[in-house]
Design a protein around this ligand. Structure first.
Ligand SMILES: Cc1cc2nc3c(=O)[nH]c(=O)nc-3n(C[C@H](O)[C@H](O)[C@H](O)COP(=O)(O)OP(=O)(O)OC[C@H]3O[C@@H](n4cnc5c(N)ncnc54)[C@H](O)[C@@H]3O)c2cc1C
Length: 379
């Protein structure tokens, strides 16, 4: 296997680094402190082709594969994890669901506007009482003539308030029946659909996380994605791709924290020597570098399989599980290497530390990834 980045991956890296220096880096801390979701930035990212990375060119996207997608998410996350999370949720959850399961008419209506970020996408599976246990969802839809009427609340939704279009998975059958859920597209402005409480989070603070409330929200039957009863199975397939996204997000955060720590360890002197010359510090850097490399290989393997159309349920779960835990460990050690300075907002590592933790929770916790990996192994 050739592990060298392709010319396209190198170009993507350069574009994001150049763009990030001017349009992201100077604002990252302010967005974090004020919990600002910078909508305008996403429009600019849309102009760069980063909001429809996997969308074929015929629908206005960039038409790239998962390897390039991993490069996009990890490079953005190196600058700001929260922006990386939002780019990931938009691309692989909302847009990815319509791309995989939408009809030709739905693809033509939604994908071009999502790909250029004229519309920001949201994807709602989680509810206040059902996170890991998604089959127990309470948000329901019932058919009334040519329409479906949705009632209930989705929580923890990335872009739950600001999203212009949402894919929502709701109950249309019995509780715990894997064929009892259906996916619909709901557009902002539809009567009965509103954004609810915005969460005040530990990290990923520039990525909006909020409730979506449905109160007798009527949508045309034509807004159903696929067929009635396919929502849960579709969601599990969407999450296979989504988990590669979170692995890439984790990788970017881990690399950002490692690179900052590597530089600082060579600049900071104690006992008349750079702290990197102490084995206690250099061994931390060695562990970080090794674990990041291993996480990258797992992520690339899952991305390669996904691009080839292989079933990657286990590989995506392994990549997500391992890379997210590595991000948390790396950011933790980076703060340690920075000492007291690492505990302040004058240096980037405290934000990496806060942002990293989401990666072991969102799109399935580490424990749920282990369930998926074990289930596949025991088949
Ligand atoms: C910033 C952020 C953004 C998010 N964005 C979205 C989004 O866009 N769309 C969306 O639908 N959701 C989103 N989520 C929700 C996210 O996917 C859930 O938080 C996650 O799936 C975990 O669910 P939970 O929080 O309800 O935890 P719970 O399911 O209540 O789990 C609590 C704890 O119990 C453990 N646990 C649960 N079941 C088991 C088991 N069977 N075996 C062992 N341990 C178990 C978990 O691992 C965890 O440690 C987001 C969450 C956050 C924090």
């Amino acid at each position: 296997m050739n592990f060298e980045p392709t010319e396209m991956q190198q170009q993507i890296t350069q574009v994001i680094r150049d763009f990030g220096k001017t349009h992201m880096q100077p604002h990252v801390l302010e967005w974090d402190e004020t919990q600002t979701f910078p909508v305008q930035l996403f429009k600019q990212l849309g102009e760069l082709g980063l909001m429809g990375v996997l969308v074929p060119e015929q629908y206005g996207g960039s038409g790239l594969g998962y390897l390039e997608y991993v490069t996009v998410i990890s490079e953005v996350a190196k600058i700001c994890g929260a922006i990386g999370l939002s780019v990931a949720a938009h691309n692989s959850l909302c847009t990815g669901h319509i791309l995989q399961f939408g009809s030709e008419e739905q693809k033509q209506r939604y994908l071009p506007k999502l790909a250029n970020a004229e519309w920001i996408g949201a994807w709602g599976l989680t509810e206040p009482n059902t996170g890991s246990d998604a089959m127990n969802m309470k948000c329901v839809a019932h058919k009334d003539g040519d329409e479906w009427v949705i009632n209930g609340t989705k929580s923890w939704i990335t872009h739950g308030k600001s999203g212009d279009v949402a894919v929502v998975i709701v109950r249309t059958g019995n509780v715990r029946d894997s064929h009892g859920m259906t996916a619909f597209v709901v557009e902002r402005g539809t009567p009965g659909f509103s954004g609810g409480k915005k969460e005040n989070k530990l990290g990923m603070r520039a990525s909006e996380t909020a409730e979506m409330i449905f109160d007798n929200c009527r949508i045309p039957a034509a807004n159903m994605l696929g067929h009635e009863g396919e929502g849960f199975i579709q969601s599990m397939k969407v999450l296979d791709g989504g988990r590669i996204s979170i692995a890439a997000l984790s990788l970017g955060i881990a690399k950002g924290a490692y690179e900052a720590a590597l530089k600082y360890a060579q600049e900071r002197h104690q006992f008349d020597k750079p702290i990197a010359s102490f084995q206690g510090i250099s061994f931390k850097l060695a562990d970080m570098a090794t674990e990041i490399m291993a996480a990258e290989l797992l992520t690339m393997q899952a991305a390669d399989g996904k691009t080839r159309g292989a079933k990657v349920t286990q590989q995506a779960a392994m990549a997500k599980y391992y890379a997210s835990e590595v991000a948390v460990r790396t950011a933790n050690e980076a703060v340690q290497i920075f000492g007291g300075y690492g505990y302040t907002k004058d240096f980037p590592v405290e934000k990496f530390y806060r942002d990293a933790k989401l990666c072991t929770i969102g799109e399935g916790t580490s424990e749920i990834q282990k369930l998926v990996i074990a289930r596949e192994a025991l088949k």
